[in-house]
Design a protein around this ligand. Structure first.
Ligand code: SF4
Length: 213
């Protein structure tokens, strides 16, 4: 930083930038509430349930969305009243309830999965290298926050037992390996919410990948 420019360090500036981006995503969710007036959390739950076809329990949503049981419970009750989510008995454990999207809920999830125009335009301003670098940095930060228990473990590659960082050092475009699909992949394909994630033993979780470029 030049001496004549007072102010914050690059790390502090980055934190401000991330805060602004978070605000933009949250505001966009409020503006994209749709005909059933979804709150951002209700929208996140629909997208989580649409992520794969497995029946989900409420506790899984609490963990995946870094929320609390009462907050998720209220949101699920609202989604059920809006006929977007069905509560069903778990066929493998009849004492437990699972959640599934109704046809209307699936349609809403499809609508929500379209990135709103302002965010789409902001993402389009990045080239492939920018996306890969930001994904790598974001993934590393999320992992450290999880280690400090500032946020719950989520379904990221770096906490997954199938993740093999830098397993292909001769391939800078795709240096990592996913043992679940048995395939190499690059920084630009690091997953922050993967339905196939299985938590690694905390003592053996892979370290964040080094820059591949
Ligand atoms: S299963 Fe998903 S989270 Fe795990 S390494 Fe493969 S892509 Fe990443």
């Amino acid at each position: 930083m030049p001496d004549d420019l007072p102010g914050l360090s690059p790390s502090e500036q980055l934190l401000i930038g991330l805060t602004r981006l978070g605000q933009a995503v949250r505001l966009s969710a409020w503006h994209n509430a749709g005909p059933t007036k979804l709150t951002p959390l209700q929208a996140d739950i629909l997208l989580f349930l649409a992520g794969d076809d497995r029946l989900r329990r409420q506790g899984e949503i609490v963990t995946a969305l870094a929320s609390t049981p009462p907050t998720v419970s209220d949101a699920v009750r609202a989604l059920t009243a809006k006929e977007l989510v069905d509560r069903r008995r778990d066929p493998t454990d009849t004492r437990a309830m699972t959640l599934a999207l109704t046809a209307d809920g699936r349609a809403e999830a499809e609508r929500l999965s379209v990135i709103p125009e302002p965010l789409h335009a902001a993402l389009a301003a990045l080239d492939e290298e920018d996306v890969a670098a930001m994904l790598r940095g974001t993934t590393a930060m999320i992992r450290v926050l999880q280690e400090h228990q500032a946020i719950p473990i989520s379904r990221t590659c770096v906490t997954c037992r199938f993740y093999r960082p830098d397993a292909h050092p001769d391939d800078p475009a795709r240096p990592h390996h996913c043992a679940f699909v048995d395939a190499p992949f690059g920084d630009g394909e690091l997953r922050l919410d993967c339905p196939d994630h299985q938590a690694a033993d905390p003592g053996t979780a892979a370290p964040p990948a080094q820059a591949s470029t």
